[in-house]
Design a protein around this ligand. Structure first.
Ligand SMILES: [Zn+2]
Length: 231
């Protein structure tokens, strides 16, 4: 009897919820609505990656979401810069939540991932130090080249400004944290870097650090692209 009631409820409840949604008498909160735009400030959850993926297919929506980020940026015109190289829906970033030194060009979806990473990974992880991160040190983003600077092979995500190489951080108290020096060290700085690396995998597609290979001993490579890796 109870099993039958339970089975009936399983059928009726989703139907009732669907009907209420369809008639508009019940509205799904934006947070749980797969069609509502991503909100950078909102605590990420299982729909976040779905919403992030959508930004690659909808350029105008991506810029709208990026407009809500704590970031100073300007759009860059689309252009082809070389064989399998170019910019599409890219922005020039002058500052994020942090100082970034030289401005860099990044595709809009990668810029949104960066904003999520700073907001939901870097600043919380900085509690380990404890301090605030005030500067992001980078080796640049866009470069028309192949993976690992090889003369042949597939293009790097850098070739379309979908990747950023992060070399380290400066804290509010003046301390510097460097991937090259601190990754393999002991203590809070290393713990912070490991959190930064692991947390980046939540918002980027490929995240490569010093444990991946020697070419990445001094930076974290963060990209949005077709390949998923967290190494
Ligand atoms: Zn890289």
């Amino acid at each position: 009897m109870i099993a039958k009631l339970f089975a009936a409820a399983l059928l009726v409840l989703p139907a009732a919820a669907g009907y209420a949604l369809w008639t508009g008498s019940w509205q799904l909160p934006d947070r749980w609505n797969p069609w509502a735009p991503l909100r950078i400030e909102e605590e990420p959850h299982w729909l976040t990656r779905h919403k992030l993926g959508r930004l690659g297919r909808e350029p105008a929506l991506c810029l709208q979401v990026l407009g809500t980020a704590q970031m100073r940026w300007a759009p860059v015109p689309d252009r082809v810069t070389g064989e399998r190289c170019g910019l599409a829906n890219a922005v020039r970033i002058e500052r994020t939540q942090m100082h970034v030194g030289p401005a860099f060009v990044l595709s809009c979806p990668a810029a949104v991932s960066l904003a999520l990473w700073e907001r939901h990974v870097l600043q919380p992880a900085a509690a380990l130090l404890p301090a605030r991160v005030v500067r992001l040190e980078h080796f640049g983003s866009y470069a028309c080249r192949n993976v690992n600077h090889a003369t042949a092979g597939r293009r790097s995500q850098h070739a379309t400004a979908d990747a950023l190489d992060v070399a380290g951080f400066v804290l509010a108290d003046g301390r510097r944290i460097s991937v090259l020096r601190d990754w393999s060290a002991e203590g809070a700085e290393a713990a912070f870097l490991r959190e930064a690396h692991a947390g980046a995998c939540r918002f980027f597609d490929a995240v490569l650090g010093p444990d991946y290979n020697a070419a990445h001993r001094d930076h974290l490579h963060l990209d949005r692209g077709p390949w998923r890796a967290c190494r």
